[in-house]
Design a protein around this ligand. Sequence first.
Ligand code: SF4
Ligand code: SF4
Length: 223
Amino acid sequence: MAPIPGSGLAKGLAVTLRTMTKKPVTDQYPDTQPALPPRTRGVIGLFEENCTVCMLCARECPDWCIYIDSHKETIPATTPGGRERSRNVLDRFAIDFSLCMYCGICIEVCPFDALFWSPEFEYAETDIRDLTHERDKLREWMWTVPAPPALDPGAEEPKELAAARKTAEKLAAAQAAEAAPPPAPPAGTESHADEQARAAESPARPAGESQQQTDRPRQEGGE
Ligand code: SF4
Ligand code: SF4
């Protein structure tokens, strides 16, 4: 059947009218901030305390845009005859966000949870060299990382939390045991403290009175 002349135009106008009556979904950035999902890949934050300078992230980065410098430090033995130990100390940790392609491999491979995604995205620069963020800047991003989403109701408790909870419970039990009063002695027995208190209350024996005098009735009774 041949199309009715002007039907295409009518269909197009119908779509236009339908769209005109819908609420706009465009965020008027920068006047309004967009509501970003929590797992948005905005920028990478570094939690330096967790970094052991294992270099895995730098090795796995497909763009080679993670720069790490470190040196070794010797830690003296803590016990006599013990061995000295050496550890890596971080000197530089930088990410060049002009090269980064936001693949997230560095975050995935980090075995010590030192790298995190932050949803912050407002770090455009007029000089490309300023897009290399050094460790201080990466640490600042860390404070913008959102808290992890809550676990499912039936989910297993994370190992770290379970270990921390057990330690806290043991500590609380030990503190409660220390603070509790000592157990009362069984009926019919006297504690050492009671004996001392009674001895202090009884009148002092007059000077010169001998043990013999005290023992006399017993001797007399025995005769
Ligand atoms: S997100 Fe990907 S490209 Fe960017 S630093 Fe990490 S590994 Fe490299
Ligand atoms: S993988 Fe993690 S621990 Fe290893 S150097 Fe990178 S950030 Fe540090």
